[in-house]
Design a protein around this ligand. Sequence first.
Ligand code: SF4
Ligand code: SF4
Length: 404
Amino acid sequence: MTKIKRIQPWRRFASVVQAVIIIGLPFLRIRGESALRFDIPSLRLHFFGASVWMEEFFIVLIAIIFLTFLFVFITLMFGRIWCGWACPQAVLIDLTPFADKAKSKGMPYRLGAYSAVLLASAVVAADLIWYFVSPYEFIQGLAAGSPGNVVWGFWIVITGIIFLDISLLRHKFCATVCPYAKLQSALFDGKTLVIAFDPGRKDECMKCMACVRACPVGIDIRDGLDSACVSCAECVDSCAKVMGPGGKKSLIGYFFGLPGETGGILRQNAIITGSVTAVFLVFFIYLLITRALFDMTVLPNYSYPPRFEAGAGVINSYILSVTNRGRDDAVVTVEAKAQNSIAEVVPARVPVRAGEMKKIAVYVAFRNSGKIRTIKNIDISIGSLKPGRVLVTKQARFIYPDGG
Ligand code: SF4
Ligand code: SF4
């Protein structure tokens, strides 16, 4: 059993820290954008300094697979630790105990309590929206009279749902609706961390029922594990208060597996799940670090057949599709060369906005020298202006016109 005697102060502290992080994160800006936000208008995921566009969503898919394995691993190892310590819904319930009391109090208290719940619901609903719409734009829009009809609609609906959840459902949500709660029991094994009553000390139980009274979902943990348990540890502290004066530890506590059972927690399924989780994390970080911010495809420009022009030489035209997946607008240089001959390219510079896939016709001319008839393939490159470096190079056919 853990040596922590009072768990609730630590849970309250974790709740406040979590609330500050969740509400503060959309306001935190890294390289000019929210630290974490899926920007609906531009369909971009801002992730701690990186911006992932819709077309790169395989990176997000890998992140989702990683998070799924992480949840499975954490649940396998630490059971309902998420419900007890990290679930935002549980945090909201913990931070609004007055809503529980309101049912048995007079009208003024009820009015005050439900107004506070409504205000908290509106803030939480706005916070959810800030993960999709910039909080700075949201607040600016609000100050100007309206953040927009769609945002208003979502804000009102989400506020209503959260208000009903906090004021009416509360812990019933965890025991009845929450899909994660239903899933968890399937992920437990014999060594998962659980809150349990120690049957080896059942003779010490004073049958005071303090643990049952403290339980927000009304279960008696002495009867064994129950899928409705939200792992809040209220019963642990209640029993500790009862047993403390007699110099004894709580009869209820955290155990890896059932109390009294032995065996290591590093079992085979935990090692496999943990390893797969780590592999996906490494893969995700690798994709994020190595992703190319620019891409280009090159196709012949069929509306401009190869030709010879006096003074210019042999000209071929191509359609370049240049994609800028970076955060900023950019101007890329376009170059073409073959067999140490540098071609003249028009246009030599192409502006591409952030997130844009720009199609542009470019004209590549080689002076008509004796060497030119040997050119079959050329390299077309786009590069950055500052520092001047090649971003993407593609090969294309260069055709000598008939009769040229
Ligand atoms: S039995 Fe009740 S009080 Fe104890 S951890 Fe579970 S939900 Fe909380
Ligand atoms: S609080 Fe402790 S002593 Fe009291 S009934 Fe529950 S387990 Fe027994």
